[in-house]
Design a protein around this ligand. Structure first.
Ligand code: HEM
Length: 170
């Protein structure tokens, strides 16, 4: 049944607000001195497991994107994979934030990289909806998608490398 009610478009501010709010909350609550013993070990295991799930899902989508760019796959394959990867990507990101809550406050550059991963992820979700609506996406939309992919890879790997270096006291 058609209700006759139109959904108002959500303002960009509200779309990004949950990520910013979670990020601020995690940084505010995370302990400034790292925990030791069992809490640390379990949190670190969950942290690394969540990274495998989140970054793994992102890498799979980007790999399908590469196959499409090199003529060995279709855009439909990329979009189908991206839709399927939505839940593991966000579950991994949520797991990283939740476990980070027990590990301690990350260094500022890593915290910024984590925020960029989250904000860019929300933006990429919007792009995916737009791409799904266009059987032949306009060049500008493809360029925005390429930029979001690049930013996603840079931000994820910055967080990985800085997390690794910081944990070694570097
Ligand atoms: C995209 C999100 C994130 C990624 C990819 C990431 C990645 C990593 C990696 C690779 C390590 C190194 C682990 C090791 O060498 O054993 C690490 C450690 C750490 N991370 Fe994250 N992290 C993320 C988010 C967070 C968040 C949100 C927090 C805190 C609020 C956090 C806090 C920490 C801490 C304190 C360590 C050091 C743990 C230790 O070795 O004692 N991380 N992270």
């Amino acid at each position: 049944m058609i209700s006759g009610r139109h959904r108002r478009p959500v303002s960009p501010v509200w779309r990004f607000a949950p990520v910013v709010a979670c990020w601020l909350a995690v940084l505010a609550v995370a302990p400034s001195s790292p925990p030791t013993g069992r809490v640390h070990d379990v949190a670190l295991f969950v942290h690394l497991g969540s990274m495998v799930v989140g970054l793994g899902a992102v890498l799979l989508v980007d790999w399908f994107g590469l196959l499409w760019l090199t003529g060995r796959g279709t855009l439909a394959d990329v979009l189908r994979t991206a839709h399927g990867a939505h839940v593991p990507t966000w579950a991994g990101f949520a797991g990283l934030m939740a476990s980070g809550l027990f590990l301690g406050v990350p260094a500022d550059p890593k915290a910024v990289a984590v925020l960029i991963v989250g904000l860019n992820g929300v933006y990429a979700g919007r792009l995916l909806s737009e791409l799904t609506r266009h059987p032949e996406p306009p060049t500008a939309l493809l360029l925005r998608s390429a930029a979001a992919t690049l930013i996603s890879q840079l931000a994820w790997w910055t967080a990985v490398v800085l997390g690794y270096l910081n944990s070694r006291g570097g």
